[in-house]
Ligand binder design. Sequence first.
Ligand code: ADP
Ligand code: MG
Length: 220
Amino acid sequence: MVVLEAMHLKKHYGTASNLIKALDGVNLTVKRGEFVAIEGTSGSGKSTLLNLIGGLDVPTEGAVVINGCELSKLSDDHLTVFRRTNIGFIFQDYNLIPTLNVYENVILPVELDHGKIDEDYLISILEMLDLHVKQTKLINQLSGGQQQRVAIARALATKPAIILADEPTGNLDSKTSSTVLELLRLSNQRYKQTLIMITHNPDIAKLADRIIRIEDGKIV
Ligand SMILES: Nc1ncnc2c1ncn2[C@@H]1O[C@H](COP(=O)(O)OP(=O)(O)O)[C@@H](O)[C@H]1O
Ligand SMILES: [Mg+2]
């Protein structure tokens, strides 16, 4: 079953004399439960692709269809809710809320949709990410690696159909990195979640069902 379809995606910046083709005609079909790793050098268009797939950015051309729903057809409000209920994002720069503590950050996407919080599930995530004892800490009391793990817990909290991760282990030491990866893989298998992950780490990419490589805005 196809969960995601990107059709002829383009994202161009600038004007004719100085045109940047961040993404230049990408086609991608991803099945439910698939783990896809995205590789490519810096500036090749990886983050642009992830942002378009997740509806955080609008393509210059082309379309993204998730669970049969074409993102461009949704109003802004519907898109926000659709994103929150279907997609878990793990950003490079975390995007956590500094005035909330760890627990509050993690449950925020569930609360925003008035969902029921699965406490047992949440505790198991926090324990696996070694955040259990940090639940009441504010974000600025945490190290970069700890913040990264909070971002991961938050992305998993809603049990989304698709997880989009932009170098989720980039700031973690190798031990935490394998724990995080194990958790994402477990979640991917247990909930048949689709996992699309940008990574520079060949060991991580090896675990994926499929590796796609981007160069100059194109899949090669
Ligand atoms: N908002 C923007 N305005 C202009 N150029 C951009 C913008 N965002 C990204 N780019 C350019 O698009 C290309 C791809 O960027 P990006 O997707 O962030 O690459 P990657 O994540 O692979 O490092 C780069 O050349 C980058 O400079
Ligand atoms: Mg990037």
